[in-house]
Design a binder for this molecule. Structure first.
Ligand code: FMN
Length: 369
């Protein structure tokens, strides 16, 4: 199915959300046209359609797009930032970088030559990148492009199988610029990492303000997610036990039941890591928004290549977000002195259904040039 030449390829026809009820008008379908639309407005719309399928922390989708002629500005929507758990907006920038990378991959796959201006001078608001393009190039990045609607964050238990060295090499080949990737596949080290991540998750969930911020992005069921067009459902979280059945209470820091949510979230992370074939840590030695944006681009290329190779991934942020875990995390990966950006586990498991996205018409504005 990947790489099919059908004119408009719904790459996951069994999209469960779409099956249970037709997509709400404000939701983006998980499909991308295999050929570029000829009308310039439709082309911009299709490029943004690929961009919004990117991952973002808590599926907050912290993006807006401004289209003018053949240029698209990617704008940070700071109303969707996570001020408590992501105060310097590192994760927000990484989500924006992932979205930018999807847009660039789609452009190249459609035979365009995109040019990016990062944080353009003179922009009056939170423009993080401006993309323009010219036509008539050979088509590139077709494999990564076909993986865009297939990629998922997979929070299931993996089957423990390792990652083949040749696949590891392909993932490492996606790393560029100032971003570095550290690889862990020693079982004993992974067990230590799992314990660290478990403790960090518990510490974070027990902090009232962090728990309240996260619970605002948790959706009780698919219909709530469809209505809001964002956030993560309890099903997607794969939390075991009572938290699965009483999410409204288990993730409410004011409820007596919150203790069950804290334990379940910690267990998902610990058992998830223990079941993984490998863990990776993205780091940088250059701080700041542009380094984080570009690291988001790198992460998205890794996630898409992993998807092509049949490798599942789940980012795990708590050990980076909880101050006292960061030093130990870096030590475990032999990366002391670097800045940790994103921890993810890799492995093999069945593919979950896609999460919701706000549609292009909701996140994009079009101006005549
Ligand atoms: C910077 C960043 C941090 C993330 N951190 C976590 C995390 O700590 N735990 C988790 O389960 N998913 C994490 N995710 C995955 C998002 O929750 C996921 O992308 C979002 O819910 C949309 O789902 P999808 O990736 O399946 O499209 C993170 C994603 C990004 C880009």
């Amino acid at each position: 199915m990947l790489g099919s030449a059908a004119a408009y390829t719904a790459l996951r026809p069994h999209l469960a959300l779409a099956r249970r009820a037709s997509l709400a008008p404000g939701l983006q379908p998980w499909s991308v046209p295999s050929d570029p639309p000829s009308n310039p407005i439709d082309l911009s719309r299709a490029l943004i359609g690929a961009a919004v399928l990117a991952p973002s922390h808590w599926n907050a989708q912290p993006w807006r797009f401004e289209v003018e002629g053949n240029s698209i500005r990617l704008v940070a929507d700071v109303s969707r930032a996570l001020p408590i758990t992501d105060p310097d907006r590192r994760s927000m920038m990484m989500g924006l970088g992932a979205s930018l990378e999807n847009l660039l991959i789609a452009a190249r796959a459609w035979g365009l030559r995109p040019t990016v201006e990062y944080f353009p001078q003179g922009a009056t608001h939170a423009v993080v990148a401006s993309v323009t393009w010219s036509e008539g190039e050979p088509r590139r990045d077709r494999g990564l492009f076909a993986a865009i609607p297939e990629r998922r964050t997979n929070r299931r238990s993996y089957d423990g199988r390792g990652i083949y060295p040749q696949n590891r090499a392909q993932l490492l080949a996606q790393v560029s610029g100032d971003t570095m990737l550290h690889w862990m596949d020693d079982r004993e080290q992974i067990r230590r990492l799992a314990d660290l991540a478990h403790d960090a998750s518990r510490t974070q969930s027990l902090e009232r303000r962090a728990a309240a911020e996260q619970s605002a992005w948790i959706r009780g069921d698919d219909s709530e997610a469809r209505k809001r067009g964002d956030g993560v459902t309890v099903n997607e979280l794969e939390v075991p036990g009572l938290a699965h059945w009483l999410p409204g209470r288990a993730f409410n820091p004011d409820s007596w039941f919150h203790r069950f949510g804290v334990e379940s979230a910690g267990r998902q992370v610990r058992d998830g890591l223990r079941s993984s074939g490998a863990a990776v840590l993205l780091t940088t030695t250059r701080r700041g928004e542009s380094a984080w944006l570009m690291a988001g681009q790198t992460f998205q290329r890794i996630a898409l290549r992993a998807t092509q190779l049949g490798i599942a991934n789940q980012p795990i942020s708590a050990p980076i977000e909880v101050d006292r875990s960061r030093g130990e995390l870096l030590r475990l990966f032999g990366a002391t002195g670097e800045e940790p950006l994103l921890l993810a586990r890799l492995g093999h498991a069945g593919t979950p259904d896609p999460s919701v996205r706000r549609s292009v018409s909701v996140v994009a504005t079009f101006r005549n040039s």
